[in-house]
Design a protein around this ligand. Structure first.
Ligand code: K2U
Ligand code: NI
Length: 181
C-alpha cells in the first residue's frame, strides 16, 4: 500500500517535469499503480487507517508525486451535493473551461509540500474534461466545485506546476534554496 514515505516532496525533479502520456490501453503495471493511488486516497480519508499508517488526508494524488512521470492521477472527492467522484484517470485533459474562475477558501495544500503556503489559487469554475479511466472507458465529464479544483490541481502535477506557482506575488524563495535531489 502507498504511505507517506512513497510520496516525493518539493525539490524532487519529478514534480517539475512534464509527465509522459500513458499507452492506451494501459499496461497492467500502470493500472495497478493507479489502483493503488486510488486506494491511498480512500485510506487517507478513513480515520482509523489514516491514524494507523500516519497518512495525510488527500482528495487527489498524481503519479509524479510517487516519482512516476506518467500522465495519470486519482481523485476521491465528494461535491457539495454529496456526489462521490472516485476516479483513476489516464491521459486526462481539459477540453474546455469557463472564463469565470473560483478558488478554495483558505487556499490549497499539497501532499508533496510539508508547509503552509497561504494565498489564493485561481482555478476555472467549470471544466469539461476527457480521460481514459481505470474502468477502461473514455469519459467526457463536466466538473464544477471542489471536484473541478481537484482535477486542476492534479493536472498541474502532470505539467510540473505546483499550486503556489499560481499564487499572485508568491516568492519562490523557499524552493529556490532547496538542494537539488
Ligand atoms: O495533489 C495533492 O497533493 C493532494 C492535494 C489535492 C488538492 C489540494 C488542494 C486543492 C485541491 C486538491 C491535497 O493534499 S488533498 C487535501 C485536501 C482535502 C480536502 C480539500 C482540499 C485539499
Ligand atoms: Ni498536490
Amino acid at each position: 500500500m502507498i504511505t507517506m514515505k512513497d510520496i516525493v516532496r518539493e525539490g524532487h525533479p519529478a514534480l517539475r517535469e512534464i509527465a509522459e502520456e500513458v499507452a492506451v490501453p494501459p499496461s497492467s503495471e500502470d493500472k495497478e499503480t493507479l489502483e493503488k493511488m486510488l486506494d491511498f486516497l480512500k485510506n487517507s480519508q478513513d480515520p482509523e487507517i489514516a491514524e494507523k499508517y500516519n497518512l495525510r488526508s488527500g482528495v487527489g494524488i498524481a503519479a509524479p508525486q510517487l516519482g512516476i512521470t506518467k500522465r495519470m492521477f486519482a481523485m476521491y472527492v465528494t461535491d457539495d451535493k454529496d456526489n462521490l467522484y472516485s476516479y483513476g484517470f489516464f491521459n486526462p485533459k481539459i477540453v474546455s473551461h469557463s472564463v469565470e474562475t473560483t478558488y478554495l477558501e483558505g487556499g490549497e495544500g499539497c501532499l508533496s509540500v510539508d508547509r503552509e503556503v497561504p494565498g489564493t489559487v485561481p482555478r476555472y469554475k467549470r471544466i469539461t474534461v476527457e480521460a481514459f479511466t481505470l474502468d477502461n472507458e473514455k469519459v467526457k465529464l463536466r466538473l464544477r466545485g471542489l471536484p473541478a479544483i481537484v482535477f486542476q490541481h492534479e493536472l498541474d502535477h502532470l505539467n510540473g506546476i505546483m499550486f503556489y506557482d499560481r499564487i499572485e506575488g508568491y516568492d519562490d524563495a523557499f524552493t529556490k534554496e532547496l538542494p537539488k535531489l
